[in-house]
Design a binder for this molecule. Structure first.
Ligand SMILES: [Mn+2]
Length: 422
């Protein structure tokens, strides 16, 4: 008789008690509710483990966001894991860069069903009854430039082999900080499943073997978008992993980015309808979760003049639309408007007045790579001291020069549209 299959939950990057960045700045944000969001999402992961009667829970690093301010963070984690003891769920954990051994100064005793892998060497836990071998190693320090996986043992014959690893999965050993390795090197170990952590966006890197980032369990800012949670997986020693990992959302609030194409919209009411349709769709997808909305409005539209003349009024309108469409469950994080004036640019560029001359000059610059690079460099040197380090990556390069030119062109067109209303 074949052995029953093993079921496990794979999660990562819990970042328990991580703050929701900048939330207090947003009018109407449920700050108190969000304060506990990472905890409530993890509690949902534990609920799911009990509901699905899994055998194992695998946590691939960054359980904690940083050293705890007091013992409550650790006690919360231990209490949740204790709920799994009675159901005989075994828990396996590796530390990541955020909770590397040298970063966490306090400790809380964890229940006996928990194995937290050592940071000194790769170790393996074998459960003969389940027919599983689980390999793992923790980060000793927050910068780990060794390829940890290269020292994991080869697969144990006749068992389902699972590797737990916190890694960026890119880069060369000695040069990158997050246990650099590659999918090929992981594959060479002969395991059936690699339970990875570190990348907060969920992704399946490979299916043979399964190499999986489940993503973090709770979006914490506007760049951690969409549903967040964990994956449920089934497999056994004979057949390996039986079906694609099933994603289950456990998050308690969501960040979404809505994009509106305003090209054919002429009245504010049209825009309201378009925005509200998108918001309602997101609310449906998100269930009852609070939503933080970033709104992008693009295209050429007669609305351009009104919106650029009074951005505060526009912002207030959007907040009200969101409120109405979500029954108060969505709040506005930010508006990105790249709305442009609906003008016949070709005709304008032929005009023989300062507008025409300036527009022709801007157009010519836009096709001159060297000029664009120079503009990018000068904008950068001006900005460099002012922008947060984490945003610089997004702004670098030629795109910045192109964007500066686009803004200059739009400013020119906006002033023209105020002079002669369309
Ligand atoms: Mn992380």
């Amino acid at each position: 008789m074949p052995k029953p299959s093993i079921r496990f939950i794979h999660c990562a990057d819990l970042h328990l008690d991580s703050p929701m960045r900048g939330l207090a700045n947003y009018a109407g944000a449920p700050v108190e509710e969000m304060r506990t969001a990472t905890r409530r999402s993890f509690s949902n992961v534990v609920d799911l483990a009990l509901e699905r009667e899994v055998d194992l829970m695998l946590i691939s690093g960054d359980v904690f966001d940083k050293d705890w301010p007091d013992f409550n963070t650790g006690l919360f984690f231990a209490n949740q894991l204790r709920r799994l003891v009675d159901a005989a769920v075994r828990v396996f954990v590796v530390s990541g860069n955020h909770d590397a051994v040298n970063k966490i100064s306090r400790t809380v005793p964890l229940p006996k069903n928990v194995k937290w892998f050592e940071a000194t060497e790769a170790t393996t836990f074998v459960d003969e009854t389940l027919g599983v071998a689980i390999h793992g190693q923790s980060f000793a320090t927050d910068k780990m430039s060794d390829d940890l996986a290269s020292r994991y043992p080869d697969a144990y014959a006749g068992l389902l082999n699972i590797g737990l690893l916190h890694t960026s999965l890119t880069g060369r050993e000695g040069l990158e900080h997050y246990a650099p390795t590659s999918a090929d090197r992981l594959t060479a170990k002969g395991y059936q499943y690699w339970a990875l952590g570190h990348i907060h966006k969920r992704s399946i890197i490979r299916e043979e073997p399964w190499i999986v980032f489940p993503g973090n369990i709770q979006g914490r800012h506007a760049r951690e978008l969409g549903p967040k949670g964990c994956v449920v997986v089934a497999g056994d020693a004979e057949r390996g992993i039986l079906s694609p990992p099933e994603f289950v959302a456990t998050d308690v609030a969501r960040w979404v980015h809505l994009t509106i194409d305003a090209n054919n919209l002429t009245h504010l009411d049209d825009l309201a309808t378009a925005v509200q349709r998108e918001v309602q769709q997101s609310v449906l997808t998100a269930g009852n979760r609070p939503l933080a909305v970033r709104l992008s409005v693009n295209g050429r539209s007669l609305l351009h003049g009104a919106l650029s003349k009074n951005p505060e009024q526009f912002r207030t309108n959007v907040c009200a639309w969101l409120n109405e469409a979500s029954s108060g469950n969505a709040w506005l994080e930010k508006i990105n408007s790249s709305l442009a004036a609906p003008m016949d640019l070709e005709v304008l560029a032929k005009r023989d007045d300062p507008f025409g001359i300036l527009l022709r000059r801007l157009n010519a610059l836009g096709t001159n790579r060297e000029a664009v690079d120079q503009i990018a460099a000068s904008v950068l040197s001006e900005l460099e001291q002012k922008i947060p380090v984490e945003l610089r990556g997004e702004l670098l390069g030629r795109e910045l020069g192109t964007e500066a030119l686009r803004l200059a062109r739009e400013r020119l067109l906006a002033s023209l549209s105020m002079e002669t209303p369309p």
